[in-house]
Write a protein that binds this ligand. Structure first.
Ligand SMILES: C[C@@]1(CC(=O)O)c2cc3[nH]c(cc4nc(cc5[nH]c(cc(n2)[C@H]1CCC(=O)O)[C@@](C)(CC(=O)O)[C@@H]5CCC(=O)O)C(CC(=O)O)=C4CCC(=O)O)c(CCC(=O)O)c3CC(=O)O
Ligand SMILES: NC(=O)C1=CN([C@@H]2O[C@H](COP(=O)(O)OP(=O)(O)OC[C@H]3O[C@@H](n4cnc5c(N)ncnc54)[C@H](O)[C@@H]3O)[C@@H](O)[C@H]2O)C=CC1
Length: 197
């Protein structure tokens, strides 16, 4: 099934994670890295989540999921080990027009988490359409072997050059041509640096 790939601004919006195990911990990490306000509801918490709670990085309701947990929520993640609970979260979220990812049954949800490679503000996301997450991870790791931290610096340089260019009042055709040329030049330089030529 094809998915719509978007980059969602989740800064200061609330994400609810149902479940407190290892999968929940991973999703929480991704959500926090994106700047979301994270609420967890679970009767028991994995160690890493307990630490995040003590640090004040997440808020926790130590109980079983209830539909009221969805109040004010932008994105929900059903990551408990109980199929019925996860299916209930999916149904309740969909009814309320809330985005929902379901860890054990992605088809019940409306979105999935990709494997992510981050180099500064450059982000590469790999998805297998839910078919094989382990494959997504390995494809991501292959890309990581080629796209190193130097790409973060390269992006910074290009972004600064582009920002300056956009203030100079040239036409967009001219700008597009120049920005593409600059990107090509910087990528070419990265290749030279890598190959030691
Ligand atoms: C559909 C999706 C929904 C979602 O969770 O959003 C989903 C679903 C399921 N995952 C399962 C298993 C595993 N998932 C991982 C790992 C990751 N899973 C992630 C995403 C997704 N997993 C979404 C689709 C992504 C895509 O399209 O490719 C990653 C990429 C991102 C993340 O979690 O944030 C993260 C890597 C993080 C990283 O390294 O960065 C590993 C471990 C590993 O391989 O290392 C295993 C064990 C090996 C195996 O079973 O494959 C199971 C079976 C559960 C069971 O057995 O009960 C289901 C349910 C099903 O498939 O029905
Ligand atoms: N999408 C993915 O990336 C992956 C998904 N899975 C699936 O994710 C699910 C969770 O896996 P793990 O985190 O390893 O399990 P886990 O056993 O470590 O944690 C399960 C958590 O669910 C909580 N829970 C149980 N009933 C609940 C309820 N009514 N309300 C709220 N929380 C409740 C428990 O307290 C516990 O914290 C499993 O169903 C597994 O099939 C597993 C691996 C990867």
């Amino acid at each position: 099934m094809p998915y719509l790939t978007l980059n969602i601004d989740i800064q200061d919006r609330t994400a609810l994670v149902v479940g407190g195990g290892t999968v929940a911990l991973r999703k929480v990490g991704t959500l926090l890295a994106a700047g979301a306000r994270v609420q967890v509801v679970a009767p028991a918490l994995a160690e890493g989540l307990e630490t995040l709670r003590q640090l004040g990085a997440i808020s926790v309701r130590s109980a079983s999921y209830a539909p009221a947990d969805l109040e004010g929520v932008f994105l929900a993640v059903a990551a408990s080990d109980n199929r019925e609970v996860n299916a209930g979260v999916a149904r309740d979220a969909r009814e309320r027009g809330i985005l929902v990812a379901v860890a054990n049954a992605p088809k019940l949800g409306t979105c999935t988490f990709p494997a992510i490679l981050r180099r500064g503000e450059l982000e590469i996301a790999v998805s297998s359409g839910g078919r094989c997450p382990a494959f997504s991870v390995q494809v991501r790791d292959r890309i990581a072997a080629v796209i190193g931290e130097e790409y973060a610096t390269a992006l910074e340089r290009l972004a600064a050059e582009r920002e300056k260019l956009l203030t100079e009042g040239n036409g967009s055709t001219y700008n597009a041509k120049l920005v593409r040329f600059q990107a090509e030049r910087v990528l070419g330089q990265l290749a030279v640096d890598r190959d030691g030529a």
